[in-house]
Design a protein around this ligand. Structure first.
Ligand SMILES: [Zn+2]
Length: 107
């Protein structure tokens, strides 16, 4: 059995395999966005893509603690996390924009 790296969810504080969590990164001006491809540089934080975890974890206080600095939530960050989670379980077009934003285009 392969050991996977565990990460702590910002919401429920449970350690879960990294692939079951969505990575968040703090970008320009301290704005926190979902990192769908888990490739953005810098310090990351992780949250389960579940409603209770998003509600609890996506607060400025929690994020500021995780990132050790003041944070702003990207607009529709929770929606961005959910989309990032669904993108992780289905094939996505990786040739599209590499830009990391809190909102993702709807198909
Ligand atoms: Zn959680």
């Amino acid at each position: 059995m392969k050991r996977e790296p565990g990460r702590t969810c910002l919401g429920c504080r449970r350690v879960r395999p990294k692939r079951e969590l969505v990575r968040l990164v703090r970008g320009e001006r301290g704005i926190v966005v979902a990192d769908a491809r888990a490739r953005a540089r810098g310090r990351g934080a992780y949250v389960c893509p579940d409603a209770p975890c998003l509600e609890q974890g996506l607060s400025r206080k929690r994020l500021a603690h995780a990132f050790r600095g003041a944070c702003e939530l990207a607009p529709e960050l929770a929606a961005g996390v959910r989309l990032a989670a669904s993108a992780a379980t289905s094939p996505i077009d990786r040739t599209k924009s590499e830009e990391v934003t809190g909102t993702w285009p709807q198909r």
